[in-house]
Design a binder for this molecule. Structure first.
Ligand SMILES: [Zn+2]
Length: 439
């Protein structure tokens, strides 16, 4: 399932591990990363760098990201969708609009004031949309600039100062802080030398999760130590693309059948085995997810409409998550656009039945009729069980009226009426559709 950065990193802090944040390059890599996360029962923060989006048209980019979101929603482990290293507000605005769950603003090469100002702007924009923000203080440079042994002064000039980190977090309200403690983007030209003392001090002084960029080539021992001293998110890109590249090159040379997926799988598995082990996140996801009834409640309490809550919970389990379906279902809020007509829980249930039983082929009458029969049975059951299918009769509230909408909250109609209706509807669907259990 898709979850936000804050929840993901709070769990990491509690469990004293780090979440691996690999940058993906194409959809097959996303699928393979999720496959490995599910195999090793680890959460993952799927990351995408805006640098790669320029190879796509805006439409291709938006559809690609939607596919990634939907793939993440049907996974059995928690996944986030993170925009990595955005340098412009336009890239961040676009990412929020197309469904990234967190973003990184990188103004780390700018002056202190500019970094603060830009980060504040992003925090304001992202938080308004419920999206978490990572920012970088100090600067994680690229490999060619790195010579830890010979140029200690310059090198240390980039590192994060603990006092400044405290002030930066206080002034910006950022959710996660990328720190420069000696790692490097790309390929190291010398031995990686991490300033663990500095990391430990920052962790003691700053109360938000810390992020380590430039993990490629840093080595599992250094990474394990960094996690022990407070790193909660580890970015990896170079090592993943290098391994993918070499596996594809050698694999395809010996394999005329063009099994790219198999070669990519080998590479992704190799890198994820290494990083997930070093992060301490293997096995942290409990095999038993929350039950369907609880999940519907959780979604409803997180602000989804009745119709969306039912659909998304079943879509996650049934593998048919669709952002567009969800957007369409949001129109059924409050009995069709707040008009108090058909109850959203019932509309969501019909959408689930359609997704499970109907066919996209208009000529496939058999499947379509099966779905219609189940849908009718659901409507009849709802009418009998609840006494009505009408939202306004059920809630006793005219949601179209702003004052009455307030009394929806004051009188706790959600917990008293909507949640019981959602629970009953969910149980009916579990009983009447194949392949769903309340666990
Ligand atoms: Zn980075």
């Amino acid at each position: 399932m898709l979850i936000g950065l804050r929840d993901m990193l709070a769990a990491a802090e509690k469990g004293q591990y780090a979440v691996i944040a690999p940058d993906f390059t194409d959809f097959s890599v996303v699928q393979l990363l999720i496959e490995q996360a599910e195999r090793l029962r680890a959460p993952l923060l799927l990351s995408f760098s805006p640098g790669l989006k320029y190879d796509m048209t805006p439409r291709q980019y938006a559809r690609f990201i939607r596919l990634v979101r939907e793939e993440a929603q049907i996974a059995s482990v928690p996944l986030g969708l993170h925009l990595d290293h955005a340098f412009t507000l336009a890239d961040i605005r676009e990412a929020i609009d197309i469904g990234f769950t967190s973003v990184m603003i990188d103004a780390s090469r700018e002056m202190w004031e500019v970094n603060i100002e830009r980060t504040c702007e992003v925090v304001q924009m992202a938080h308004a949309a419920g999206v978490a923000v990572e920012s970088e203080l100090g600067h994680v440079a690229v490999g060619s600039q790195y010579d830890a042994q010979e140029d200690q002064n310059d090198h240390h000039g980039w590192l994060t100062e603990p006092d400044q980190a405290v002030e930066f977090v206080k002034q910006t309200g950022v959710d996660a802080l990328a720190v420069a403690v000696g790692t490097i983007h790309g390929v190291y030209t010398g031995e990686p030398i991490l300033d663990f003392k500095r990391l430990e001090t920052i962790h003691q002084m700053v109360d938000i999760p810390l992020v380590l960029h430039g993990a490629s080539g840093t080595g599992p021992e250094n990474l394990r130590k960094a996690v022990k001293l407070g790193i909660r998110k580890i970015n990896v890109f170079s090592e993943l693309v290098q391994t993918l590249r070499s596996e594809l090159l050698t694999g395809l040379q010996a394999d005329p059948s063009f099994h790219t997926m198999a070669h990519k799988r080998k590479a992704v598995r190799q890198v994820m085995d290494l990083y997930l082990e070093a992060s301490g996140s293997i096995g942290v996801v409990k095999d038993q997810p929350v039950g369907l009834v609880s999940r519907v409640n959780e979604l409803f309490n997180n602000g989804y409409a009745c119709s969306e809550s039912v659909f998304l919970a079943f879509a996650e389990r049934g593998g048919f998550a669709s952002d567009i379906a969800l957007q369409s279902l949001s129109m059924f809020l409050g009995g069709l656009c707040l008009k108090g007509e058909t109850c959203g829980a019932l509309m969501g249930a019909l959408a689930v039945i359609g997704a499970v039983q109907s066919s996209i082929n208009p000529v496939d009458k058999t499947r379509r009729e099966t779905a219609i029969t189940t849908g009718k049975a659901c409507i009849d059951w709802f009418q009998q069980e609840m006494g009505t299918t009408c939202c306004r009769t059920l809630t006793g509230i005219n949601l179209n009226d702003p004052e009455e909408r307030q009394s929806f909250k004051d009188q706790q109609i959600g917990p008293k009426v909507c949640i019981p209706a959602l629970e009953k509807t969910t149980r009916w669907l579990i009983k009447n559709l194949e392949g769903f259990k309340d666990e």
